[in-house]
Structures are given as structure tokens and as C-alpha cells.
Write a protein that binds this ligand. Structure first.
Ligand code: PNS
Length: 160
């Protein structure tokens, strides 16, 4: 059985992420979407909220499950016998960081990283912009899954 891990911050998950996860799901028997910590980021959503939002967004995909990780993705991928770490690329801007992470993750664990080019119709979507748009009252329905749009609006109203 081939397993892939698809790690990210998912703060929150967007339609661009879902597109890449769907594509990975056609290539591997099982895809584990790993909600992880990026040391360079402060999150709007808690760990539990990010996991719940991903679960809601991938519930139509029977071979996809969600895990929360407080540790190294390389160790986790190797511990569950994953064949690959899958990352989405929107364009050249994503490449430099991703190349370094792919090489470090392989250095640490031997697990290869595979890059998937997402749908170009979604390549402008980034979680950070979605949060900014929501904060200023803009439309986010075409950018994130419906469960995320509802939760994000609620969060913005709560936080003022
Ligand atoms: O969505 P992001 O913030 O670009 O995802 C980055 C993430 C969470 C995948 C990366 O920071 C990560 O893998 N964090 C887990 C800890 C880890 O393994 N760090 C070393 C990466 S080389």
C-alpha cells in the first residue's frame, strides 16, 4: 500500500490545497494530510481548529485522512512508511523554500518529496491573502471550502 503525506500549516486550508490533495489521492492508496507547525508563522486558528477545517474540506475523499503533528515531518513520514511527501507548487515563488525543505527532509529520513502543480485557476490563492480579505470584509467563498468560509467569517467577527 502506497502512502503519501501532504504537510502544511493549513491556516486555513484553501481550495488550492484541496486541489493538490485530490490530485495526490489519485496517485497514492492513502494520503495523510498533516497539519504541522511552521516555526516562522503565528497562526490565526488553533491546532484543533485547523485539523477540523481540513477534515471538513476533505470528507469527500475516501482515501484521505488528517493528522496533527508536533514534530518533524521527515520523522513522521518515515514512521508511517510513507513513500513520499507531497507538496503543491503555485509557481516559481514557492520553489526556493520548497527545494530546501525537500532536500532537508530527504537528508533526515530518505523520504522523497514530490511536487504537484495545482490548477492554474487557483494559483493566486494563499491562506495569508484569504485571511486579509476576510478581515476587510471581502468575498472569500470562491477561495476556500464552504466550511472554512463560514468559520473564517465567524472568527473575524469574534476578533473584531
Ligand atoms: O503551509 P506551510 O507553512 O508552508 O508549511 C510548512 C510546513 C508546516 C510543512 C513545514 O514548516 C514543516 O514541515 N513543519 C514541520 C516541522 C519540520 O519538519 N520542520 C523542518 C522542515 S525542513
Amino acid at each position: 500500500m502506497s502512502i503519501a503525506v501532504c504537510p502544511g500549516s493549513f491556516d486555513p486550508i484553501t481550495l488550492g490545497h484541496v486541489d493538490v490533495i485530490e490530485r495526490a489521492g489519485t496517485m497514492f492508496d492513502e494520503v495523510v494530510v498533516v497539519v504541522a507547525h511552521n516555526a516562522a508563522k503565528r497562526y490565526m486558528f488553533s491546532d484543533a481548529e485547523r485539523v477540523a477545517l481540513v477534515e471538513g474540506a476533505v470528507q469527500h475523499l475516501p482515501n484521505v485522512r488528517v493528522a496533527l503533528l508536533d514534530g518533524l515531518i521527515a520523522q513522521y513520514a518515515s514512521s508511517i512508511g510513507a513513500k513520499a511527501i507531497v507538496k503543491g507548487l503555485r509557481g516559481a515563488a514557492d520553489y526556493d523554500d520548497e527545494q530546501a525543505m525537500a532536500l532537508l527532509n530527504r537528508h533526515l529520513s530518505g523520504v522523497e518529496t514530490i511536487f504537484i502543480m495545482g490548477d492554474t485557476a487557483l494559483s493566486h490563492i494563499a491562506s495569508s491573502f484569504v485571511k486579509d480579505i476576510a478581515h476587510h470584509g471581502g468575498e472569500i467563498e470562491d477561495l476556500v471550502p464552504a466550511n472554512v468560509a463560514a468559520q473564517l467569517k465567524q472568527k473575524v467577527e469574534q476578533n473584531g
